[in-house]
Design a protein around this ligand. Structure first.
Ligand code: UFG
Length: 337
């Protein structure tokens, strides 16, 4: 199948490209490299032994997108291109709307023009907002409380309207919980520009000596040890969920939503201890105030993906830590060369 991966040089996109190339698909990458680098695609080539064309382009440029889509003529699109920092979205809500919502609308319109009827979308559990009931099922009410979440929900809605408008269109909307870890090869992983917003890359950078200590945002939540509980999912499992979604989309018209999570919650302290046990490296930390906008606990009900996609997350926290650390060690090694 001819597949376009938007955001294909990013953290999740690059792992997806590896998996699609290994599955024998023809892949084209579109990326503006705002939060990634073209070098990642060399690593993808090293892992797979296969090259794929990459186009430097921005989904907010409708004219450029139309021209590229007419050239690539994909059978299916994986749409990862977008911005994902909650804090940045609070400062720049219009920018997030432009990138995440208008970008998605442009893509859908370009797909319609070139006769592409299938999209797999990178959404987020952030659309649920504060959980009313755990675990979170796909039917839980949606009520995002930051502009990032609002933009993800608006993009989901744009996709649903797009499939509603023509009977042959197919979409799978995947709501991720907390993707972490790296490819088993250690050649690709998460490389946030600047100070990481998320827990896992921060821990990895503390372990590598790039940051002095982890700041734990609050130990007074109503959780077993007082720190926030999340559903961490290995990037490899997440990508396999997309492969299952691709097979599902082939046979199902309209839009369908699936959570991609493990169904298990771990606290910040659990993750720190698992990382220390998996790597033998101490992660110093300090307890700080709660971070604005954080919730105590969030984890998935992953039963729908299991029953309808035949997918279930297999890899545990220890593997997430080992693989994430292997990647960071390779980065540090490269930096010293
Ligand atoms: N945390 C720390 N210190 C840090 C970073 C995070 O203690 O330096 C804590 C947070 O308070 C939270 C947990 O670690 O309890 C996880 O935080 P992350 O920032 O890694 O992840 P979030 O669950 O806050 O956010 C993730 C995605 C968002 C998405 C959200 C909801 O990164 O894009 O899930 O789905 F919006």
């Amino acid at each position: 199948m001819q597949i376009l991966v938007t955001g294909g040089a990013g953290y999740i996109g690059s792992h997806m490209v590896v998996s699609l190339l290994e599955g024998g698909h023809q892949v084209a990458v579109l990326d503006n490299y705002a939060n990634s680098s073209a070098d990642i695609l060399k690593q993808v080539e090293e892992i797979t032994g296969k090259k794929c064309p990459a186009y430097e382009a921005d989904v907010t440029d409708a004219g450029q997108l139309d021209a590229l889509m007419a050239e690539i003529r994909p059978d299916s699109v994986f749409h990862f291109a977008g911005r994902k920092s909650v804090a940045e979205s609070v400062e720049r809500p219009d920018f997030y709307h432009q990138q995440n919502v208008v970008g998605t609308q442009n893509l859908l319109s370009a797909m319609a023009k070139c006769g592409c009827n299938q999209i797999i979308f990178s959404s987020s559990a952030t659309v649920y907002g504060a959980p009313e009931k755990l675990p979170l099922t796909e039917t839980h009410r949606v009520s995002p409380f930051n502009p990032y979440g609002v933009s993800k929900l608006a993009a989901e809605n744009a996709i649903t309207r797009w499939t509603d408008a023509a009977p042959e269109r197919r979409a799978v909307l995947l709501r991720y919980f907390n993707p972490v870890g790296a490819h088993i090869s250690g050649k690709i992983g998460e490389n946030p520009k600047g100070r990481p917003n998320n827990l896992f890359p921060f821990i990895v950078q503390v372990a590598a000596g790039l940051r002095a200590e982890l700041e734990i945002y609050g130990d007074d939540y109503e959780t077993p040890d007082g720190t926030g509980v999340r559903d961490y999912i290995h990037i490899t499992d997440l990508v396999e969920g997309h492969i299952a979604a691709l097979a599902y989309a082939q046979n199902h018209k309209g839009s369908e939503i699936f959570n991609l999570g493990t169904g298990k919650g771990y606290s910040v302290c659990d993750v720190v201890h698992a990382f220390e046990a998996a790597t033998g490296i101490k992660v110093p930390y300090q307890i700080k105030d709660r971070r604005a906008g954080d919730i105590a606990t969030c984890y998935a009900d992953a039963a729908k993906a299991e029953s309808q996609l035949g997918w279930v997350a297999k890899l545990g926290l220890e593997q997430m830590c080992r693989d994430g650390w292997r990647w960071q060690e390779n980065q540090s090694g490269d930096a010293q060369k």
